[in-house]
Design a protein around this ligand. Structure first.
Ligand code: NDP
Ligand code: OXD
Length: 308
């Protein structure tokens, strides 16, 4: 039951060690040193070269190192084996913390205090209490729900949006096109935690921004393809939006000279809102392999027609 590890951005040796502690008999190969392709039953991957997985004749499951799988689905040769996305506590906690961090940063005007400190200025700037701050979360899956659950105890007024109707105890929800209108009209913060699909591409654009209250802040931790960059710059320029926190970009790494780098109202992080820490995510991978080997149904399998 050999596993092939393919990722340019995750540490193969740390993954090898974490998986060896959980599955000591699992042979672990690191692409491009994969040996006989016929040996490979599991591929643990992040952005593998297109066509690579199609060359593995005995593949039993594709295990994504990321929660978002659109880079895999974009490969027309992707084999039919079940595609399992990353769902793990470590990643979920990271993302919830990122969302809380960004909301608090803007709500408590942290940047202004950093500037004031540089000039030894003692001047309270005031802020709206959390209970008067409305946060709209696009996407109420694993990460959107966790972000909502992290904001609620701080007092924020949270509303979440999904494709299908949701009944999540303690969380106010809306769905569908009407739900999006309702959410936008009352979102002082708009947080995007959607998968990138044909329906969601470009959702963070001029018409949604126009529907937000004046002064709203946009937080995108999902995918760069959700955002229409020129529309964001226009909405910030007109003052309709007051800020944006962006973790993901159409082109990554964000190129030198991109206007986002120096924009005074944009906060950039390098796609690390939710990190797949091996120590916190290897249980999920080991569990998937154990289930597959035992002939049990796999969890968190991507619905390829839905796109997530
Ligand atoms: P899930 O699949 O668990 O949740 C997706 C949510 O989005 C669901 O609530 C789903 O609705 C909703 N959704 C999908 N399509 C639509 C639509 N057309 N209209 C309204 N709602 C829609 O995904 P996760 O929460 O695990 O992850 C979300 C995304 O976060 C990933 O796809 C990835 O792109 C991004 N991500 C970013 C990271 C980072 O570091 N920046 C790290 C990890 C993930 P429904 O419930 O009805 O199906
Ligand atoms: C993911 C990501 O999808 O890192 O997990 O973006």
């Amino acid at each position: 039951m050999t596993l092939l590890f393919v990722s340019a951005s995750d540490n193969a040796e740390v993954w090898r060690a974490e998986l060896a502690r959980r599955l000591p008999d699992l042979p672990f190969r690191v692409w491009p040193d994969m040996g006989d392709p016929a040996d490979i039953r599991y591929a643990l991957v992040w952005k593998p070269p297109a066509g690579l997985l199609a060359g593995l004749p005995n593949l039993k499951a594709i295990l994504s190192l990321g929660a978002g799988v659109e880079p895999l689905l974009n490969d027309p040769t992707l084999p039919d084996a079940p595609l399992v996305r990353m769902v793990a506590e470590g990643l979920t906690e990271d993302m919830a913390a990122y969302v809380v961090l960004q909301v608090l940063r803007w709500q408590r005007t942290l940047d202004a205090y950093v500037r004031q400190q540089a000039e030894a200025v003692w001047k309270p700037l005031g802020h709206r209490p959390a209970s008067e701050v409305r946060v709209g979360i696009l996407g109420l899956g694993v990460l959107g729900e966790a972000a909502a659950r992290a904001l609620l105890p701080l007092g924020f007024d949270v509303l979440g949006w999904s494709r299908t109707r949701k009944d999540i105890p303690g969380i106010a929800t809306v769905h569908g096109a009407d739900g999006l209108k309702e959410l936008a009209a009352r979102s002082d913060f708009l947080v995007c935690l959607l998968p990138l699909t044909a329906e969601t591409r470009g959702i963070l654009g001029a018409s949604l921004f126009a529907a937000l209250p004046r002064g709203a802040v946009v937080i995108n931790a999902a995918r760069g393809g959700h955002l229409v960059e020129a529309d964001l710059l226009a909405a910030l320029g007109s003052g309709h939006l007051s800020g944006a926190s962006l973790d993901v970009f159409a082109e990554e790494p964000l190129r030198a000279g991109h206007p986002f780098w120096t924009h005074p109202k944009i906060h950039v992080t390098p796609h690390n809102a939710g990190v797949t820490h091996p120590s916190r995510c290897a249980d999920h991978v080991a569990d998937a392999i154990r289930r597959a080997e035992a002939g049990q149904p796999l969890l968190h399998v991507v619905d390829r027609t839905r796109g997530y």
